[in-house]
Design a protein around this ligand. Structure first.
Ligand code: FAD
Length: 380
């Protein structure tokens, strides 16, 4: 290669320059690649201007090239770092944006003084950003939780752990709201906690629904346990008993545990079963919304009682009927009284008929006393 370059300069008479020509010492590989500036200038003589000699200069610029390379690498690294930093910053902003869209976010210093509040925090608390920032988080304290609650919360986050909990807070205009809170201590490079971030979601509706359901449950439980009527919860398709109240148990003579193994078909008097099953079919198909009937039941002691029964479905919208409530009262005494009344009325009717006959005979006998006596004898 070098030979060829020399030859070309001699042949053409044109100088040759090259910058940072790499060269490796054949017997000193540890030196690595070195870089050289070459110049090969022909010196011409005579009228023909023939190349008589060559001025050959060599300059070792290895250090310069190496320094340039290091600077270039450093620049590339810096560019890469800046790009990564920009990306990371953008990612953080995007994440913060995503969290801000979903959650109520607040950042506090170590004393619980708010240093950042997103718009959801302002919306829910009804305080402006200016009012929140700089205030202690107790600005939204509702007085519901005791100091011990917050002492434990501070203890957790001060020890570097995340705290989860549900807090009832108060808005600026005095209403309450519930938040599911996650409070995370944020640390600096040295691992020291420098601030706390709280991320919350509004759970007011859920807590209220739970409260209502607890109240309803307790109301239902009171009615169920203390009702003067027998109340039973049954599986509609099978007729199996799930639960009965104390009055139901008293009427039928079975305990809750015993009834759980039975169905209503078992305790129904056979002659009344068909009517009951037909009513149940209509209830399940949705043809009727409830039914009421009088029927006989067989108590545990095998005695027969009359009950007045009302069945109401517990239907979930769009779902087939799974459960229904059976409400019953023991009408055996009333039935007996009504039977007795029937007999009494019958007797009364007969007596009335006798009385009518008697008076007609008397009336007749005023005209014919002998027939009257005979007639009376007939009756007696
Ligand atoms: P405090 O005087 O605050 O005392 C309650 C107990 O908390 C004290 O016994 C003490 O043990 C402990 N405590 C209070 N301040 C500190 C502290 N700086 N360092 C260590 N322990 C301390 N409160 C709310 O009512 N609703 C919120 O949503 C709410 N969110 C919070 C979010 C964060 C990130 C932080 C740090 C605090 C939050 N607090 C919140 C707590 C709030 O700062 C109050 O501590 C709390 O409202 C009770 O106020 P207080 O005046 O009744 O009792």
């Amino acid at each position: 290669d070098t030979q060829a370059i020399f030859q070309e300069v001699v042949d053409t008479g044109k100088p040759f320059f090259t910058y940072a020509r790499p060269f490796e010492y054949p017997n000193q590989p540890e030196k690595g690649t070195t870089y050289w500036n070459w110049s090969l200038v022909p010196v011409k003589k005579g009228e023909e201007k023939l190349v008589s000699s060559l001025i050959f200069t060599l300059e070792d610029i290895t250090e310069k090239i190496r320094a340039e390379k290091i600077i270039e690498q450093a620049r590339e690294l810096e560019e890469e770092n800046t790009r990564k930093l920009k990306e990371a910053h953008f990612e953080v902003i995007q994440r913060q944006f995503a969290i801000d869209q979903h959650a109520i976010v607040g950042i506090t210093d170590l004393d619980g003084n708010i240093t950042y509040a997103n718009s959801k925090f302002c919306d829910i608390s009804k305080y402006s950003k200016e009012e929140l920032i700089g205030s202690n988080h107790r600005i939204v304290n509702s007085g519901y939780h005791d100091k011990e609650f917050f002492r434990k919360m501070y203890e957790t986050i001060q020890s570097g752990k995340t705290w989860y909990g549900e807090i009832r807070n108060k808005t600026k205009d005095g209403n309450f709201y519930w938040v599911a809170s996650t409070i995370v201590p944020l640390k600096n490079n040295e691992g020291q906690i420098i601030q706390y971030i709280s991320i919350r979601t509004d759970i007011t509706k859920r807590v209220k629904a739970e409260e209502e359901s607890r109240i309803n449950e307790s109301k239902f439980r009171t009615i169920f346990d203390q009702a003067p009527l027998g109340i039973g919860l049954l599986e509609s398709r099978t007729g199996n008993f799930i639960q009965i109240n104390p009055k139901y148990s008293e009427i039928i003579g079975y305990t809750q545990t015993e009834i759980e193994t039975l169905n209503f078909q078992y305790i129904t008097y056979p002659d009344d079963l068909q009517d009951d099953l037909k009513n149940m079919e209509k209830l399940i198909s949705g043809e009727i919304n409830f039914f009421n009937m009088e029927k006989r039941l067989i108590r545990k002691d095998k005695s027969i009682i009359w009950v007045n029964l009302t069945c109401v479905p517990l239907r979930m919208e769009g779902e087939e009927l799974k459960y229904h409530i059976a409400i019953l009262s023991d009408i055996t005494d009333a039935k007996k009284a009504s039977e007795q009344l029937k007999d009494y009325t019958q007797n009364l009717k007969m007596l009335n008929a006798t009385k009518d006959k008697f008076f007609s005979i008397i009336a007749h006998d005023l005209r014919n006393p002998f027939y009257g006596i005979l007639g009376l004898l007939d009756i007696i």
